[in-house]
Design a protein. Sequence first.
Length: 403
Amino acid sequence: MTDQVKIKEPPLFLMFLLICIGTIGAVLYTPALPLITDHFNISDDLSELTMTFYLIGYAVGQLIYGPISNRLGRKPALYIGLSIAAFGALLSVLAYYLNSFWLLTFSRLVFSLGASAGIQVIFTVIGDFYKPPRNSQILSYLTLAFAIGPSIGITIGGYLTEYLGWVSCFYFLFIYCIILLILVKLFPETNLEKDPHATKLKNISFEYFSKFKDKKVVVGGVLIGAAVAFSYIFATAAPFIAINRLGVNPSKYGLLNLMPSLGLVIGALTSAAFAKYIPPLKLVLYACIVTSIGACVMLIFFGFNFLNIYTLFIPFTIAIIGQPIIEANVICLALECNKNKATTTAIINFINLSLSVIFVVLISLPATIVPISLPILFTGLAALIFYLYKKLKDLHNDQKPTS
């Protein structure tokens, strides 16, 4: 751990809540997507632009908070991001009353630009404070945010939508942001060597360009992106399959999403438990295998037109076990080889979320709004994950630490 005389350990619960703001913000309203479609009298694929623009903002935001946190500190970066997110939530509420779908879409972009500070800054803080293998364990525990956050978010969103209307989802997000703004006061500042030149365009360009040339960082980012894309694709497409085609009501759909969260919890706890005993690359390989099994099982069921809530949720639950294992261990491998933690995590997060945007756009195209497109895309992602694992393995032993 880094200089514990000067820095107290960051509260685990607060790091968890700060990561959750992005994951909950992404999916809280998804049980309401069919209702939003009806409210604005738009098509299903057009309503999914709210998720696409969210992911665009979430990806771009990763590049913003690296330089800010290097210059001003980790806490000021969090204050800035959470304030922007709160403003975005209020814009979403305003879109409801003005009956403007495009304002809602823009507000999702604004919210995600702010919420992206959570994951970017927290991953950087872990790089500041923890050393291997403890950093891998902490990251594994925090990836539970990607399990518990979305499941809680979708469950809450389902009940809010059914009993208070879909606009209540965005009131909830605003209150969440305000609570976090208050709690950030408890957070320690882990950046002890602030760089007054970090936000200069010349420095930003140099740092990011050098990291984009780092094959290990780029391949790792794409690998994480392929794994994370499973969640965002499912969050975008599953409501229309479950609610519109299978007749599941929003609150029940929210409860069903507790099932995939179990897979994420299993993956996160497995990664944390075995971090001391199994090398990171070996854990990533095991995760790739499990993910592929889940994708192939769903493809078989859907291919034989055997479609119900169990064939939709159970294979996805299996596939998603690999996500937290891949994410935690690939990030740790990248941080070990790079001194600039903020820039490294920014590039990895930007790449992985940009890839999610691409796949969400693909699943949103009118030609792909059919159930079989979901397992086909998942199977393709599983094949990509195996290929990227092989590339990362080949690069791992040859690359030396960079500045």
